[in-house]
Write a protein that binds this ligand. Structure first.
Ligand code: ADP
Ligand code: MG
Length: 667
């Protein structure tokens, strides 16, 4: 970044600070990566302490920072349970008494003479009578500060207080230097973001932001400063994203012809929804321009993403290019194979499968067909990553439900072609900010509507005991009457696991009903057999781990029970219930969610919230900053202060012409 800062000051070593010798300076370098004053003032405070309020002993606000004046009555030393010495000082005022506790500073005892007036500032506690924890002695006539106080992280042998002292001392030097030069406080560093852009969001300059972070006079100032830094992070990721955009691909030729395109669409046995049409139109334009597609197709379960993959594969095939459709599970791969086979009937295009347990001869033939370009479409699971898999001309990679694959694996598949188009399909309707941060998808394609029935799904969230106390019977009766049910348990083994669930159903209202079971450790063929039995009505219910989440497409299942829902996020639960009421003739469905304890309250929102994007936003809010830690682990680090909820508008701004132009001009 082009950050020119007040050079002399910023480059000066920490040893220029009072009380910092070479050894302490080394500690700062090791613990905080700060060798210079400029680096030191870029250490972020961890939190802020509210200004103290002046109180008397009658009003003793537990947990708050208070300033208290009283008369010393007595002092004593004690050692609670073998820990270090505590000094107690009993103070009285007109309303009553308060015990101030000083930790590990026995020598302070001589500062307190009985009968003397003192003023202290510390944290009020009411846990054991009125106490003032770890106070400091206030100088006579010292005014109560109205400022919030920055609290710094402890690191590598440095206490929070030592860091605070050093940072504040560095700022004092800076202040002096700027004053000598007659420059404004904020001018110590040039802000690379032009004033007009900052003004749009009411952001302070970079120099100002750091002052506000270290010496705020209100939490509004802190937030404004945080937002300025977050904007910097947003722009940094956006620049990186732009730098990684792939080189242009060969522009499609045949698929541009209306006739060819119409023939492709004619293979799809239903009318496309408006969203499907729009997404396909966007993609077709991408193909025509020769832009290499890197898009996120963002659509809820059942929104009809398969159609998009299918049409695009055929569009590529029209130009003799190949497509690879990668499914996260064998169930889903087989489902795609069935669908594609059906839609391809009478076509000369060749479809091959690559699954984990293919017979050797079949696999060998499939590999040969792909390498020679005789097959145009490959559908498979992780078997597609294999080194033996070669394509004559891989033009399109479709990653279905991609979060289940590793970055490296996906990369390996994409590397089998020369900058092939990549469509990532996700059924988790993630908020736009995360789509951008996690997938680099600034312009996701969204499928919002669910084709077909639109039959409603009613969700009820229960405490676990409700199952035994009535819901089990209700569901069993409906199952016996022909209303199929999914029974979901997040784990396979253990208490509350799938196996225990299936065993428990042999007694009580479910005894006598036929219940199949599927989980991730079963062979694919066996899973398929169970699923078919369920789809064809030979089973009343299908019990499963969340593998049922990833794309089982059984029409018209009107009931679902989800056990142990406390283990699942809102988004996963939403995805699970999306399995219900699929297909044109589907009946309205009920989803019964069982969640223990505190999760019950957290998940209750599912009862009223039916829109996937709304669920996703709520999920994000519930999970809080952990989301970003997750991002950092997946290789999208670099965020220190960016908040995907609070800073959504800053990400949205990247689409504005103003910012796009500025970035293109090297801003
Ligand atoms: P997704 O992969 O987004 O979860 P699918 O592509 O599996 O959804 O589609 C869900 C179901 O809806 C499938 O049975 C599919 O055949 C059907 N479907 C998709 N698009 C349409 C449409 N436009 N009209 C009717 N049914 C559709
Ligand atoms: Mg799908």
């Amino acid at each position: 970044m082009r950050c020119e800062e007040s050079a002399e000051w910023a480059e000066r070593p920490l040893t220029e600070l009072p009380g910092v010798g070479p050894k302490r300076a080394e500690t700062f370098a090791a613990a905080l990566g700060a060798r210079t004053l400029g680096e030191l003032v870029r250490v972020l405070p961890r939190r802020y302490q509210a200004p103290a309020q002046r109180v008397d002993s009658a009003a003793w606000p537990d947990g708050e920072r208070v300033r208290f004046a009283g008369t010393v009555e007595k002092t004593w030393l004690f050692r609670p349970r073998g820990r270090r010495t505590v000094l107690g000082v009993r103070l009285t005022d007109a309303q009553g008494e308060v015990d101030a506790l000083f930790f590990q500073q026995p020598w302070l005892r001589k500062r307190f003479e009985p009968g003397e007036e003192v003023e202290l500032e510390g944290k009020a506690s009411t846990a054991r009578g009125k106490q003032l924890m770890a106070p400091r002695i206030v100088r006579p006539d010292e005014p109560v500060s109205e400022d919030w106080e920055a609290v710094y992280p402890e690191a590598g042998g440095l206490s929070a207080g030592q860091v605070a002292k050093a940072v504040q001392a560095a700022l004092e030097l800076l202040e002096q230097e700027l004053a000598e030069r007659g420059e404004a406080l904020e001018s110590w560093v040039d802000d690379p973001i032009p004033e007009p852009l900052r003004a749009q969001f009411g952001l302070p300059s970079l120099g100002q932001a750091w002052w506000q972070l270290h010496r705020p006079s209100s939490m509004e100032q802190v937030e404004a400063a945080r937002r300025r830094l977050a904007f910097g992070e947003v722009l940094r990721l956006e620049r990186a994203r732009r730098a990684q955009l792939p080189p242009p691909s060969t522009a499609a030729v045949r698929a541009r012809e209306q006739r060819v395109w119409e023939r492709i669409l004619a293979r799809i046995p239903f009318a496309l929804t408006e969203d499907q049409q729009q997404v396909l139109e966007t993609l077709r334009q991408d193909l025509a321009t020769g832009r290499t597609i890197r898009r996120l197709i963002h659509g809820e379960v059942g929104s009809g993403k398969t159609v998009v993959a299918f049409a695009m594969a055929l569009a590529l095939a029209a130009d003799g290019r190949q497509s690879a459709i990668l499914a996260p599970t064998e169930i889903l791969a087989r489902q795609h194979l069935r669908t594609f086979e059906g839609w391809l009937q009478g076509s000369r295009l060749r479809l091959v499968r690559l699954l984990g347990d293919d017979p050797v001869a079949m696999r060998r033939a499939a590999l040969a067909d792909l390498a020679a370009g005789r097959a145009q479409i490959a559908v498979g699971t992780h078997a597609l990553f294999g080194e033996a898999v070669r394509f004559a001309d891989l033009g399109l990679v479709v990653l279905d439900e991609q979060h289940r694959f590793g970055v490296r694996q996906k990369g390996a598949l994409v590397a089998k072609g020369e900058a092939p188009h990549v469509l990532t399909m996700t059924a988790t309707p993630i908020p736009r900010t995360l789509a951008w941060a996690a997938y680099g998808a600034l312009e996701p394609c969204v499928l919002r509507t669910r084709p077909g029935s639109g039959a409603a799904v009613t969700t009820r969230v229960h405490l676990p005991r409700a199952w035994r106390e009535g819901v089990a019977r209700e569901m069993a009766e409906r199952a016996a009457a022909g209303e199929k049910a999914f029974l979901v348990a997040p784990r396979i083994d253990g208490e509350g696991g799938l196996k225990a669930l299936v065993a428990s159903l042999r007694e009580g209202p479910w005894a006598g009903l036929r219940v199949g079971a599927v989980h991730g450790r079963m062979p694919g063929a066996e899973i398929e057999q169970q699923v078919r039995g369920f789809a064809e009505g030979r089973l009343h219910a299908l019990a499963g781990t969340t593998v049922v989440e990833v794309g089982l497409d059984v029409a018209d299942v009107p009931q679902m029970a989800i056990f142990g829902a406390e283990r699942l996020g809102l988004a996963s639960l939403h995805q699970l219930r999306g399995r219900l009421a699929r297909g044109a003739a589907a009946r309205p469905a009920r989803c019964e969610v069982f969640a223990a304890g505190e999760a019950y309250d957290r998940l209750k929102v599912l009862e009223d919230c039916v829109d996937g994007f709304e669920v996703a936003e709520t999920d994000l809010r519930q999970r809080g900053p952990g989301v970003l830690r997750g991002l950092a682990q997946s290789g999208h680090g670099g965020f220190r202060v960016f908040d995907p909820v609070r800073d959504a508008d800053l990400v949205a701004a990247l689409r504005s012409e103003e910012i796009r132009n500025w970035l293109e001009d090297g801003g």
